[in-house]
Design a protein around this ligand. Structure first.
Ligand SMILES: Cc1cc2nc3c(=O)[nH]c(=O)nc-3n(C[C@H](O)[C@H](O)[C@H](O)COP(=O)(O)O)c2cc1C
Length: 177
């Protein structure tokens, strides 16, 4: 699918059909994520892919009530995380500038976008969720203290056709000099 078509087609989907996502496709979306640029190629983004019935229920339970409803039939969740204190940092452990770990989160966002677009190309739908209990998720998945949980991305086959929420005008968000 042409890139601009993929970008226009991708939507946040909050209703899924009860059908598993092929393991191969889950690997493909992470592989696409990994093509994104990162600070000094530090590649600090990490993915915890949850499809097993028991863990899936536990991670869903760590989402906000609204997101639990959104994910009711979602067959896969990808928890994104970053390794802290590397991207945006010097070798001696000092932050290179005022954003510190902000750069690791930036890298993770770039990778996530690749993931979402690849998923769209493969006929999958997604929902990025920021409203989640990170401590619960860390415990459930054994995520070390050296990492920060970022988002939980629901992945599956859509059971809805949401319209695109309105975008701001270019002149409201950009200044040209
Ligand atoms: C960082 C981030 C966090 C988000 N968190 C949630 C969330 O917790 N629950 C939810 O339903 N949607 C969440 N969304 C989805 C946005 O509401 C959605 O992307 C936005 O309304 C634009 O719609 P679109 O993705 O279909 O273009 C999140 C999106 C991003 C990028």
């Amino acid at each position: 699918m042409e890139l601009s078509k993929v970008m226009h087609t991708r939507r946040s989907v909050r209703e899924y059909i009860n059908k598993p996502v092929e393991q191969e496709k889950l690997r493909e979306v992470i592989s696409a994520a990994q093509l994104a640029p990162s600070w000094k190629n530090s590649q600090v983004s990490r993915y915890y892919v949850v499809t097993g019935e028991e863990k899936l229920a536990e991670v869903k339970n760590a989402l906000s009530p609204y997101n639990q409803k959104n994910m009711a039939d979602a067959p896969a969740l990808i928890v994104t995380a970053i390794v802290l204190n590397r991207s945006g940092y010097e070798k001696d452990g000092t932050p290179t500038n005022e954003l510190g770990n902000g750069w690791g989160f930036y890298d993770c966002g770039l990778q996530s976008m690749n993931l979402l677009l690849k998923a769209t190309e493969l006929g999958l739908s997604t929902l990025v969720m920021g409203i989640r209990d990170n401590e619960k998720i860390k415990k459930i998945l054994g995520i070390p203290e050296t990492e920060a949980v970022v988002s939980v991305i629901g992945v599956g086959y859509s059971n809805a056709e949401p319209a695109m929420p309105k975008r701001k005008e270019i002149d409201d968000i950009a200044k040209f000099f």
